[in-house]
Write a protein that binds this ligand. Structure first.
Ligand SMILES: [Zn+2]
Ligand SMILES: [Zn+2]
Length: 257
């Protein structure tokens, strides 16, 4: 059982009735002091910190990244934010899933630039990725947020989904950056033959961007098979650069277990 991130969790529940947010959505900007937001000088394409003016992500260094821009709702994957994500992701705790759905809705509705997309859809999952959980966390978060988003934004109703995961991908945690890029190659496909994506500006949602390989593979399929004009990413959190992340994961294990 993953412990609840008490301070952020409590701040979120206390946030009921905020006039700026409305009923269901919670704008991350209302909780900014509890989050480690992405600094303005981070890489605009993958939201990673830059060293000496350069993005250190493999996808950016090698020119593989097809994502035009990455929007990050809750900042870097650390501290209470990371624990809230783990509660949703590893333990599929319904409370954590709902809170993240409300934060996702709050971010998408308050972010001025997202109205220009033609389609917004989540990274799909393969049934084998459920790994004994009752729901797929990202899909559950997305479906929780969708009713609040649908009147305003072109969210995919997933019936049928534009994008599917055609084969399972072995757990990517702890794998080298290059291996993660290789592992997801060919894992996604269009859900059905359609011309609706031709020339479209698409935004793909994921919970965590680690190397960007998964989102990038989705972008590749949407552009090469679907004919999308551009694909951007919306993620709840960005994993900090790998060298930092290894240190972080040791801290996380010490606290969670
Ligand atoms: Zn608020
Ligand atoms: Zn980058």
């Amino acid at each position: 059982m993953i412990a609840r991130p008490r301070s952020l969790w409590e701040a979120l529940w206390r946030h009921r009735g905020c006039r700026a947010c409305g009923g269901y959505p919670i704008s991350p900007s209302c909780l900014a002091q509890g989050l480690e937001m992405i600094p303005p000088d981070a890489c605009p394409r993958c939201a990673q910190r830059r060293a000496g003016g350069r993005c250190e992500s493999l996808g950016c260094r090698r020119g593989w990244l097809r994502i035009g821009k990455t929007h990050v709702a809750l900042g870097y994957n650390r501290g209470d934010t990371q624990r809230l994500l783990l509660a949703a992701k590893d333990a599929a705790q319904p409370g954590a899933i709902t809170l993240l759905g409300r934060l996702l809705a709050g971010f998408l509705l308050r972010h001025g630039g997202l109205g220009s997309y033609d389609v917004i859809l989540p990274v799909p999952f393969h049934p084998r990725c459920l790994r004994g959980r009752p729901v797929h966390p990202l899909t559950a978060i997305y479906l929780d947020a969708a009713p609040a988003l649908r009147p305003v934004l072109p969210v995919d109703d997933l019936d049928p989904p534009f994008l599917v995961q055609a084969r399972a991908v072995r757990a990517l945690r702890g794998r080298r950056e290059e291996d993660r890029w290789r592992a997801v190659r060919g894992a996604f496909a269009l859900g059905f033959a359609t011309r609706m994506l031709r020339g479209a500006r698409v935004a793909v949602i994921d919970d965590v961007m680690t190397t960007g390989a998964t989102l990038n593979e989705c972008a590749r399929v949407l552009c090469e098979t679907g004919g999308a004009a551009s694909v951007d990413a919306v993620v709840l959190v960005r994993q900090p650069w790998f060298r930092d992340a290894r240190r972080e994961s040791r801290v996380r294990c010490a606290r969670v277990i």
